[in-house]
Design a protein around this ligand. Sequence first.
Ligand SMILES: Cc1cc2nc3c(=O)[nH]c(=O)nc-3n(C[C@H](O)[C@H](O)[C@H](O)COP(=O)(O)OP(=O)(O)OC[C@H]3O[C@@H](n4cnc5c(N)ncnc54)[C@H](O)[C@@H]3O)c2cc1C
Length: 457
Amino acid sequence: MQAEVVDQVSSEAVPAGAQRRKQVVVIGCGFAGLHLTKELAHEPVEIILIDRRNHHTFQPLLYQVALAVLSPADIAVPIRAIFSKQKNVSVLLEEVTAVDTHEQYVVLASGTKVRYDFLCIATGTTHSYFGKEQWAKLAPGLKSLEDATEIRRRILLSFELAEREAIEKGTHPPLHFAVIGGGSTGVELAGAISDITRLFVSRDFHHLDSEQVSISLYEGGPKILASYPDDLSYSAAEQLKGLGVNVHVNSKVEDLQPGYLVVNGKRIDAAVVLWGAGVKASPLGAMLNVPLTNKGTVIVDEYLNPPGLKNVFVLGDLAAVKENGRDIPGVAQPAMQMGDQAAHNIAQDIFGRPRRRFHYFDKGDMSTIGRRAAVADIKWPFKAHWSGLIAWLTWSTVHIAFLVGFRNRLGVLASWAWSYLFSKRDARLITGDHTLVGWNHILAEGEKGEAHAASLS
Ligand SMILES: Cc1cc2nc3c(=O)[nH]c(=O)nc-3n(C[C@H](O)[C@H](O)[C@H](O)COP(=O)(O)OP(=O)(O)OC[C@H]3O[C@@H](n4cnc5c(N)ncnc54)[C@H](O)[C@@H]3O)c2cc1C
């Protein structure tokens, strides 16, 4: 069958003799693609925004969905709704599978080709299991709403199993949660599991023995939150310990099997294992046939173009950009700033005006540790290293401010207030498979273990 070719999507009839508008194809509506499209939509261009999901997700609050504090709808907005008033933005729910920079088109999973005058690729990163892809079903990572609800399902089901067993037998086996990776995601997940255990498990599960619940964080390097200054990294470890999390540094996870992990040669049983240890770039970067870093991110110049491709912009987590000789981190602020910058330079090109170089305005970094603590390395509007409650208040204010849509901001504020005032967790719904198969570590060996792992995939 001949593939469809979308040459030009136009919101308005182009008068005879008039020049057609430039067509900008944007792949990915994360922070970079969203900011770019919002900025560029005011210019005389036609934008085709393609994402394989129908929603923009506010990833920094994903772990709050995973840990049943917020509902998915609090942190995600349908992309179509964001651009409903922008007639020159066409939204396509599709996966891009290939890019041809010579003929200037992208290929969709359906086989359709979409031509571009300018192409912006902002498809981010995905989990990396360092070549051990079989670990993915045993230890889910956190990147999407689907991941968040799967993590929530496993954690809540493990409490249900323990409760059932305590009712049936008068006791239940130890309930160990293992989080792999001491970066922001791992630290935030470990702190939040501690909260959920202390705040509602003992109240709602009348037979569960909280003394038998433990949480461990395993980090291969010598410190957690390695990108933070030493004092904040130390403070984060202390705050986690205060929440009852066992923090293990220099602890390399060597194997994962249903029900247990092997750390520095030692087998450790775990009911739920979560992954926050590594990411790799979206495969679209490699399709440009340009130099990549060893993580697969695309090396771009000061205008965010890969070498020799002046009408292709690579943005956000997928772009490898240096500022004063240092790599710009894969976090939300640079992604938003790159989106704004690329939009500006596309407009400059259209009007024949000079481009502006990209400069990252670093306002600092923050990570939460449970529901009342955080660390904040603030660089703007003043310099400060904060930890504890003040850092948490700063973190929550900033995150609410950057949420897309008034409804979401109000929803998150209301959910947090409700949760903090009354220690309620209304989002504690288990969705997906409810089967209480049995304990992972009871089923660890042989076929049963594999059957159980398959049931979790
Ligand atoms: C759990 C978690 C917590 C985080 N916490 C923080 C934080 O506290 N502060 C902070 O600054 N940053 C945080 N980050 C990092 C931040 O979210 C990312 O840096 C940011 O989302 C990167 O934006 P992006 O636009 O490059 O990519 P993304 O936001 O990842 O968006 C990529 C988009 O591309 C789409 N896509 C991918 N491949 C295709 C394809 N082939 N075809 C079509 N569409 C495709 C995806 O569906 C997605 O919508 C966190 C990330 C995670 C996962």
